[in-house]
Design a protein around this ligand. Structure first.
Ligand SMILES: [Zn+2]
Length: 496
C-alpha cells in the first residue's frame, strides 16, 4: 500500500465516522437556524442514546417522570479531572416551551462532531428535557398536573427533586434555566404591538444570594447584547409585565420557588433564558431556528473565556462558603427608586417596525421592606414533623429529632392571616403570610421536636424553606395550609 492510498483510506474512515455520526442521530437540520420543528421525546431519546462516547459524552437516565418517561442527564467532559468549572444547563421544565431543549441538543451534536468546541476546563451537564410528560402532551405542567417551576420550595415532584439532587451532587458554578414567553399576548395585541425581544436573559435575584454573585450575573446579561445584535436577534434583559408606558414591568420574582433562584442559593451564577414565541401566528414554529440560535449564543457566551471562568469559579466557591447575613429580608418588592424614565422597545405587529416607548413603570430596584434577625436554628413541632421531613429530605438538609426535652431560647411566630387576593398595588401574588413575632422566651422543647441548625452548608435553603416570617413560604401550599391557623402559632419557631 502506498502512502497516498493510506491517507485516502484514513480519510475514508473519518468520512464514514462523520457520516454515521450525523446520519444516525440528529433529528434536526445541519444548520440549526433553519429549524422549523421541535425535537420530540422519542427523537431525543434515540439521538442521545446514539451520541454517547465513552470518556467524553455520557448519557444517563437520571429518573423516570411521573408517567414513566426517561429524564436524561448528559455530561460532556474532555478534560477529565482538569475540567473543574462545572456548568448545568437545564430546559423544558414547562413542557410547551421547547427552544432551549432544541438548542441544547444541537450543541451536543456540534460538540460531538468538533470536541474542541468544549473547553478542556469545562465539565458540562445538561438536562435537556426535564418534563417529558408535559412535552409529549404539549402542556406546561408535568404528568401530575404540577407547574415544576413553582415547585422548588416543596420539591414535591420527582422531576424537580431530581434537578436539585443533580445540582447538589455536581455543585455547578454556573446554571441556566430555559423557558419561552408569548410575544403576542392580548394586552400587546390590543395596542397593535408585540413584545420586541426574540431572546432574553435574567439573573438570580434572591436577597440571600451574595451581591457580588448577582452583580457578575447581571454583567453577563449586559455583555450578551452586542453578540445578539451581531446575529440580528432582538435581545434585552428578561422582564415580566404588560405593555408600556402604563403597565408595570419588572424582573422575575425574587422568591425561591423557581429554578433560577433555587440554583442561585446553592451558590451558582444562575440565569433564566426566555425566548419569545408568537403563539397567535399561523405557524408559531416558523422562527424556531432564530430562537434556537439566540439560545446558543447565550449558552456559548456564558461559558466565556478562561479568565471569565476562573473568576466565576472563585465567586461561586466563595458564595458557597459565605456565612448567612445577620438579618433575613422577609418582605421585598420591585420599585422604581427615584422615578427613573427608561425606554422599552416594542414591535409594531403589522409593519414589524421597532418603536421606543418611554416609561417610568420599569421597576428594577428590589426594595427590602421588612427584615428579621437571623436565628441560630429552627424548631419544628413534633406534630408537624411528618409533613416537614419529606421537604427537608428533598432539599438535602440535615436536622436532629429531640429524643429528650431540651431548654432553648425560642421566638414563636403567630399567624395573623393569609392574604388571598392578588395585590394590584405591589403586583404581588396570593398566599401572603402576615405574622407577628412573639417575645423571645426560654422554653422546654418537647421530645420529638425537629431542630434544623443554620450552621450547615445549605443554610440558605433552610431559611427559604422554614423561616416563618417570610411573606411567602410553605403555608400557601396544600398540605401545609392546614398547619397555619389564624391566631395560632406556626409550627416552626426561631431558635437563638
Ligand atoms: Zn416557562
Amino acid at each position: 500500500m502506498n502512502r497516498a492510498a493510506g491517507i485516502l483510506r484514513s480519510a475514508g474512515a473519518i468520512l464514514l465516522l462523520a457520516l454515521s455520526a450525523s446520519a444516525v442521530e440528529a433529528p434536526f437540520p445541519a444548520d440549526h437556524r433553519t429549524m422549523r420543528r421541535t425535537v420530540s421525546y422519542a427523537e431525543m431519546t434515540a439521538f442521545l442514546e446514539g451520541v454517547a462516547r465513552p470518556g467524553f459524552i455520557t448519557v444517563t437516565e437520571e429518573i423516570r417522570s411521573t408517567q414513566g418517561r426517561k429524564v436524561f442527564l448528559v455530561r460532556l467532559n474532555r478534560g477529565g479531572a482538569k475540567a473543574r468549572f462545572r456548568v448545568l444547563y437545564y430546559a423544558q421544565q414547562h413542557g410547551d416551551e421547547v427552544a432551549g431543549k432544541d438548542a441544547l441538543l444541537t450543541l451536543v451534536r456540534d460538540i460531538a462532531a468538533r470536541p474542541a468546541l468544549l473547553p478542556e476546563d469545562v465539565d458540562l451537564y445538561l438536562l435537556p428535557m426535564l418534563n417529558p410528560d408535559g412535552a409529549e402532551a404539549h402542556r406546561r405542567v408535568n404528568g401530575a398536573g404540577a407547574d415544576l417551576n413553582r415547585d422548588h420550595l416543596l420539591l414535591a415532584q420527582p422531576e424537580t427533586r431530581a434537578l436539585h439532587r443533580v445540582a447538589r451532587r455536581i455543585r455547578p458554578h454556573l446554571a441556566v434555566d430555559s423557558h419561552e414567553f408569548g410575544r403576542d399576548g392580548e394586552d400587546y395585541a390590543k395596542k397593535g404591538w408585540e413584545a420586541w425581544p426574540v431572546i432574553t436573559m435574567d439573573a438570580c435575584n434572591h436577597p440571600l444570594i451574595p451581591d457580588y454573585l448577582k452583580a457578575a450575573a447581571l454583567e453577563a446579561v449586559d455583555t450578551a447584547a452586542p453578540l445578539q445584535q451581531k446575529a440580528g436577534h432582538a435581545y434585552r434583559r428578561y422582564l415580566v409585565g404588560g405593555p408600556p408606558p402604563d403597565e408595570e414591568i419588572r424582573p422575575s420574582t425574587s422568591e425561591v420557588d423557581d429554578g433560577r433562584n433555587g440554583m442561585g442559593t446553592l451558590g451558582a451564577l444562575s440565569f433564566i433564558i426566555e425566548a419569545g414565541v408568537r403563539h397567535r401566528s399561523a405557524d408559531p414554529s416558523a422562527d424556531l431556528g432564530e430562537r434556537v440560535d439566540g439560545y446558543r449564543i447565550l449558552y456559548r457566551h456564558l461559558l466565556g473565556d478562561r479568565p471569565w471562568r476562573d473568576r466565576i469559579f472563585k465567586l461561586a466557591e466563595r458564595a458557597r462558603r459565605e456565612p448567612l447575613p445577620p438579618f433575613i429580608a422577609t418582605n421585598t418588592f420591585w420599585a422604581n427608586v427615584g422615578g427613573k424614565v427608561s425606554v422599552v422597545k416594542v414591535r409594531e405587529a403589522t409593519t414589524g417596525k421597532t418603536i421606543d416607548v418611554p416609561t417610568a413603570m420599569a421597576m428594577t430596584d428590589l426594595v427590602v421592606k421588612g427584615s428579621v434577625p437571623t436565628p441560630r436554628a429552627y424548631a419544628i413541632e413534633g406534630t408537624a414533623a411528618a409533613k416537614f421531613i419529606p421537604v427537608l429530605e428533598a432539599q438535602g438538609l440535615s436536622w436532629e429529632s429531640l429524643v429528650v426535652p431540651r431548654r432553648a431560647k425560642v421566638e414563636r411566630v403567630q399567624l395573623l392571616r393569609i392574604e388571598e387576593p392578588y395585590d394590584e398595588l405591589y403586583q404581588r401574588y396570593k398566599d401572603r403570610q402576615i405574622v407577628e413575632r412573639r417575645p423571645l422566651a426560654e422554653v422546654e422543647l418537647p421530645a420529638g421536636t425537629l431542630i434544623v441548625p443554620l450552621d450547615q452548608e445549605l443554610a440558605r435553603r433552610a431559611v427559604q424553606v422554614l423561616e416563618p416570617c417570610l411573606l411567602y413560604g410553605l403555608y400557601g401550599y396544600p398540605g401545609f395550609r392546614e398547619l397555619a391557623r389564624p391566631g395560632a402559632d406556626l409550627p416552626v419557631s426561631r431558635l437563638f
